[in-house]
Write a protein that binds this ligand. Sequence first.
Ligand SMILES: Cc1ncc(COP(=O)(O)O)c(C=O)c1O
Length: 396
Amino acid sequence: MKLSNKVLAMEHSPIRKFNAIAQKANEAGKKVYYLNIGQPDVETPACFMEAIRAFDEKVIAYAESGGVAALQDAISGYFRQYGMEYERENIIVTNGGSEALSMTFISLLNPGDEVLIPEPFYTNYHTFVTMADGVIVPITTTPEEGYHYADAEKIEAAITPKTRAICCISPGNPTGNVLTLEEIRLIGEIAKKHDLWIIADEVYREFAYDGRPATSFGMAEELADRVIIIDSVSKRFSACGARIGCIVSKNEELLDNLMKIAQGRLCSPTVEQIGAEALYKLSKSYYDEIRAEYEARRDVVYKELMKIPGVVCQKPGGAFYLTAKLPVDNVEEFLMFLLTEFDDQGETVMFAPAEGFYATPGLGKEEMRIAYVLNRKDMARGVELIRLGLEAYNRR
Ligand SMILES: Cc1ncc(COP(=O)(O)O)c(C=O)c1O
């Protein structure tokens, strides 16, 4: 018996690759600071649990394939706060942003069609695009330039007759790059000129720091027919396990066809949709609170990192990640050293090597991604351990 070439071509998650080794370090009595995965420690707002506790049906029935109407209305209200008008019929509720992305790529791509994605990018895009028989064409960015990609020359150089879409993650995972409205419009112009779809992965929308406003491709009215927004409760509301996200678009043909896939997988979880409705109804003050918390964490991480000689990194403007170049040839080997040979007072640290966030072979070997999802004290200690680890590594 054989497996498909498609599944064999996929990779296991580079974010989880070192989990078993970290687990061993744990079992050997070391405390490991986990800075590798975007699982926030912030509490899920209580309204989620309250809404679920109030669920009083005798049967957990299938929900509508496009989503529970009350949740679609709550999402519509959420977008209206930002001046974006999306009605119930513009919104398809999905099993997290992940399913929203898979369904979108399946709907847009024929075998061999290309999607432009600035690299480094959220590593699971490899899986989503491969599942849809597509090909990622990276727009390469560098730590020296702060991973900037909103540049017409750079983007147009990557376009071929097979390009169908450009995908922008803003605020960015793993770079923390936040697009301004001017940059959104610039990318929009290019997409119009080459007749491309725009997939706007905005699951970190409110995590924009230093006074940057929350931006969205949905704010550029002139792009309405080609913009597909990916949204999720996972990060914004610290509700990763709820598995609720959505696709938001004004393109009726796309929505109509997406519904075939939505119907094929029946529905997103009925009860969690009721919890998610409460989350999308939270007032803007909630975002101010979480933004302040993550911004403070970002500051701590950046300050500690800047104490390490040879680190290349510009202060990220958003999301809750920081990608930086370390003064080592191979970050994976350094991480292995941290987990197997190093400790400081019985403690060590884990981050995600950045190579898996690139599509271009060989890139990212000297970079790591940190997720600042722990409290400030732990984040500071985690980065301190990277610094002490580097000193020990270079002394060997
Ligand atoms: C940029 C980006 N998009 C989408 C997702 C998918 O999140 P979920 O499926 O939990 O909504 C993630 C998760 O880390 C992400 O970082």
